[in-house]
Ligand binder design. Structure first.
Ligand code: ADP
Length: 498
């Protein structure tokens, strides 16, 4: 008997001090005994809970499931009850708990009451709910990205760190057969029908965009032609970026292939058109000029028509120089510029330019100054460099109003020479500054003021300077003036003098 009482006492102590909510519930759901943990979980005092039935503290949405289980247990259909359900705390908030209940029976097998455990999982449930929301958002984003990945008109390829093809979109899959008509082994760097920017030279493995990306290179606008049939090759502009994981470790590379076949074909047509138009214009113009010269020199003609003849001659010469500019652009595009370098005294070259422009500068009410050392030699193409200076001075004259000043400067150090042409003219808007070197680009202000021009001069300047390995830039303040800087690397002199 003492042993039984001892056991009951240990049970009572276990029940009271268990960190898990526990209670005894009768067959109707009345709460008979509760422990401290259950009271704390639900926010009631023990006597308050003991006056309730389980149904009273169950969330209305879970009452049916809960009573159904209880009935099944009472009817002996199940041995024990387990349910994840909601309870209502004293303050009306919801408690999520894992409830498990087992019957305590009489010796004859009938059920006396149920021992019930309540495990508070409110926090766990809330984080599960948050996780589910986050997962849904992620899944939604994944599907959106997937749709974009397959819809964009740019081929996308993902490489693993070892160069294995991990994923590609539909667009890239379509072009794979062009590059690899015999099939592909799924690794970057497989030689195929891939050609360089000229559309003819097969690319060696080291220059294939996928191989370069596999080596960890990042690049933009690498142009390749693909396809074994020369008549049907397609051109792509390829970009690559490294892909990193959340710790910044490189896990591979992503490549984008944008098709630019139409663009390159259109550019080629434009270049051919430019070349043929300028060739075609030159021949009749030469004939016109030759006949004009004869007319101007013909003393039998009345002097009164001389002004008209001179006007025709001036404009025909201007047309001739425009056609010459166009031809030069066309030739540079076709074959690149070939320089005839000699050792040139640049100070003398600037002096000649100043002399040529003197009359025009005076007539325009401008001042032209030269700030140069006594002599400075460089190995350059004399004629081309003269063209550069001439053109920059011509612009300075055109775009500077009366009373303005134009300054030619020349400086040099061991490696470079710097030539600048400054004016105090109308200046160039910041937004236009980087575009004025592109061909056929004219400034808005120049067009608005009806200052004549074609927009190719600065393009020719840049082409010639680039052929010398140098660069040309412009600083300008609208309304105050512009300075064009030409920087040329000093090529070794062949011998002083020409
Ligand atoms: P063009 O003078 O025939 O228009 P350019 O290629 O020489 O062509 O110049 C392109 C544009 O750059 C000009 O239309 C003009 O807007 C601007 N520009 C060039 N030089 C100057 C300058 N010295 N001052 C102001 N604007 C200039």
């Amino acid at each position: 008997m003492d042993r039984t009482r001892g056991t009951e006492e240990s049970w009572r102590l276990t029940l009271q001090h268990s960190p898990i909510g526990m209670g005894l519930v009768d067959l109707d759901g009345r709460i008979l005994v509760v422990n401290r943990a259950l009271c704390d979980m639900l926010g009631y005092e023990p006597e308050q809970l003991r006056s309730k039935r389980v149904q009273d503290i169950t969330h209305p949405d879970d009452i049916v499931a809960s009573t159904t289980l209880l009935k099944q247990a009472v009817a002996g259909e199940i041995d024990s009850l387990r349910l994840r359900k909601r309870y209502l705390r004293a303050d009306g908030t919801v408690l999520w708990a894992d409830m498990s209940s087992a019957p305590v029976r009489h010796e004859d097998g009938t059920i006396l009451h149920f021992v019930t455990q309540f495990l508070d999982i409110t926090e766990q449930h809330a984080s599960e709910a948050r996780l589910a929301v986050a997962n849904r958002a992620l899944e939604c984003e994944r599907r959106t990205l997937e749709a974009i990945f397959d819809t964009v008109d740019v081929g996308l390829l993902l490489l693993g760190r070892d160069g294995s093809y991990q994923r590609m979109n539909r667009r890239h899959a379509e072009t794979m057969s062009l590059q690899y008509p015999e099939g592909h082994d799924g690794r970057a760097g497989q030689p195929g029908a891939v050609y360089g920017p000229d559309g003819r030279t097969p690319l060696p493995r080291e220059q294939l965009p996928s191989y370069r990306a596999m080596q960890g290179e990042e690049f933009d606008d690498v142009r390749v032609w693909v396809g074994s049939d020369p008549a049907n090759r397609a051109a792509f502009s390829v970009s690559a970026r490294r892909v990193r994981d959340h710790e910044g470790e490189v896990t591979g590379s992503a490549l984008a292939y944008k098709e630019i076949t139409d663009l390159l074909r259109a550019l080629r047509v434009k270049e051919q058109f430019l070349a043929s138009v300028s060739h075609e214009l030159r021949t009749p113009l030469t004939v016109v000029l030759a006949h004009l010269e004869l007319l101007v020199e013909n003393e039998d003609l009345p002097p009164s028509i001389q002004p008209q003849l001179h006007a025709i001659e001036r404009n025909a010469l201007r047309l001739g120089s425009l056609v010459g500019d166009l031809l030069q652009v066309a030739q540079a595009l076709e074959a690149g510029l070939e320089l005839q370098r000699t050792d040139v005294d640049l100070v003398a070259l600037l002096g000649e330019t100043v002399e040529t422009w003197r009359a025009k500068v005076d007539a325009s009410g401008l001042t032209l100054r030269c700030e140069t050392p006594p002599r400075m030699f460089a190995s350059v193409d004399r004629q081309r460099l003269r063209q550069v200076v001439d053109h920059l001075v011509s612009n300075a004259v055109k775009y500077t109003g009366r009373g303005g000043t134009i300054t030619l400067g020349l400086q040099g150090d061991a490696d470079h020479l710097r030539l600048c042409v400054s004016d105090t003219g109308m200046g160039i808007d910041e937004a236009e500054r980087e575009h004025v070197f592109a061909w056929f680009v004219r400034g808005d202000e120049a067009a608005r003021r009806l200052i004549s021009g074609t927009g190719i001069g600065l393009h020719i300047v840049r082409t010639i300077v680039a052929a010398h390995g140098g660069e040309v830039t412009v600083d300008s303040t609208p309304g105050e003036g512009s300075t064009f800087h030409v920087t040329l690397p000093l090529a070794p002199l062949a011998g002083i003098g020409e």
